[in-house]
Ligand binder design. Sequence first.
Ligand code: PMP
Length: 400
Amino acid sequence: AVPAISNAHRLAPGSSVIQVPQRLLMGPGPANADPRILAAQSLPLLGHMHPPFLKIMDEISEGLRYTLQTDSKYTLMVSGTGHAGMEAAIANLLEPGEKIIGIWGTRVADLAARYGGDVIELKADAGRSFSLEELTTALETHKPALLFLCQGESSTGVHQSLAGLGDVCKRTGTLLLVDTVCSLGGVPFFFDKWGVDCMYSGSQKCLSAPPGGAPFALSERALEKLKGRKTKPATFNLDMNLIGDYWGWFNSRSYHHTGMVSMCYALREALSIVQEEGLDNMWSRHLEMHEMLWHGLKKLGLEPFVERDADRQDPTPARTPLTRAGAGVTFCSRAPGAGVDWAAVVKNAMDKYYLEIAGGLGPTAGKVWRIGLMGYNARPQNVELVIDAFRDGLQKQGKL
Ligand code: PMP
């Protein structure tokens, strides 16, 4: 006989329909998704090998080429969040015993060690980026297989300039791997011109889609490395030989896993929106919102955590002299004077304004607030609300 069904874990009566409160997500991510993208996500499912779906996958690859400014054939969306992109990069481009040097916190170092890499961590004070000279010295000293950099650091708001590195990496036989989870769409990025070999990103920040898809790209040089490996990547799920095959990189299509059909619709729509607005306009909009925010916060006595202008600006030669602050997406503020209860400001913003801002993370824990101005959310009315919420939160503590 079949055992009796237990009712111990049924949802409480009256809660069978999901309830989701409205929140304005102005922390380090996710940002609110564009309603147009949410609508695309609810379109009818297709089979993951149906020709109309394969066409949508191709459109994603093409849309990524525009967004990343690359002619590389090797672009796709990894099924998973930014971490899946990160793991895919490490697992495929690093062979056991090879050297990787990098900066982003401990995550990549941990991942690289799990895949047998010889990890050399470059340490800088929180709130500072690395100069081309410093990175050149590190590359020439270690001649690593991989250099890992994070373009927009979401725990500190530091922007890492990438210009000029590609050439040095080529000289030292190093592949240049860049995390753009927080920055893609918010600040200039030129995959080909900057000689990037591998890039991964996330869908939930400046691209205004829900979390779940990781834009991913390889250069020709990175593909050669993948194809020339002595060992198979130690992951089946994220083996880019197999995933690339599913995405049509090698002129055939084989099943590897069930593609995230609805997530692909979302990213496909997100990339159309990027194209409609145009990268120039997107970057300028993020910059304007950044300036508006800082103008407001400075009046309240707050200061940027990242002190050196050079670490908040992108001096790379975009067409216009775009300066870019705080990685373009996450802006950190020092607490104004001792004795401010930062958590009370965060709580007041949520309780009264249904607004998410965040505290620090890792090296910035307890020291800063983190405010994201990303994608769909990077618009004046949201910036005004953030400033109002800070004013109110500080006034309540008698700090204004
Ligand atoms: N890199 C950076 C710079 C990030 O900000 C994040 C997420 N906050 C990640 C990687 C990881 O992405 P995910 O949470 O989507 O896995």
